[in-house]
Design a protein around this ligand. Sequence first.
Ligand code: MN
Length: 332
Amino acid sequence: MKISKLALVSSLSAASFLSAQFKQTPLPYAYNALEGSIDAQTMEIHYTKHAAGYVANLNKAIAGTPMEKESLTAILAHVSKESPTVRNNAGGHYNHELFWTVLTPEKNTQPSEKLAKAITETFGSLEALKEKMSKAGADRFGSGWAWLVVTSDKKLAVTSTANQDNPLMDLAEVKGTPILGIDVWEHAYYLKYQNKRADYLTAFWNVANWNEVSKRYEMATKGKFDDWPALKTFHEVMSQTFHPSEEGNLQPIKTRVGEMVTKAKALQSSSIPPEFDKPAVKNSLANLVEATKNLERQIKKKTSDTEITKTLSNVHDTFHAVIGLCTADDKH
Ligand code: MN
């Protein structure tokens, strides 16, 4: 009896695991919502046939592999080591999920103030950016995409990729986080525009969703710890006391150790952003509080500078252990 119950449990969990595959997000508007720029039939075939095909083939290709447990962006980051089927379909799924969101029937959306400023600084003007992207799309030989990306140094760049590649792939020539992508495969425009890709690219800007692009820009340029002010506050007192100590100056830490203890305690009791909220991080924060208290005791007891320097260095290491735990890519 017990054995059959176990078998039932494991077959149930296998079934629920299979259902957790990649899926298409419902289109946020009707197929005909972009008429005038992109026709209903193109939208319907594009969404229900082409894009649906990529996700189905992706799920098939990764079934039974460790990639089943990975996020889509994690797969893209090592896609050069995978089969062409995974490369084409993981890219295809990511690219189309982004594409639907950067289109909108809403008229005259505009880049946010922050994005507008970055566009002007990088390209001269919004018009110049549109021209550059349209040119990237028009010059892409065969099938592919034109992209506006945020690079690792938080700068804007325009690039294009072939087929279903994208700038998140480890093999991309220009890497970055895409915030706007234009599909220049014939299936995206041929019914209405036939061979006139340039006309489709011009029309694209009438239905571009700058609200979404701005939101993606905000996410892509955000600092990792922006949502954790207590961490930044602690880091400040840490660096302003530790770095002088490296040069033999213990005055800052001797003056500010009480503040450091207070800020370590505040950090421990702060609300930890969900992506960092794990037991190992909490343990390290508790260690950090203990290490700062220990340092305070030593300074009060007028322990030797050598000992204080050693303990401060230990506090510093403990703090970096917290950062390390938060930075480690251990999604699964
Ligand atoms: Mn497409």
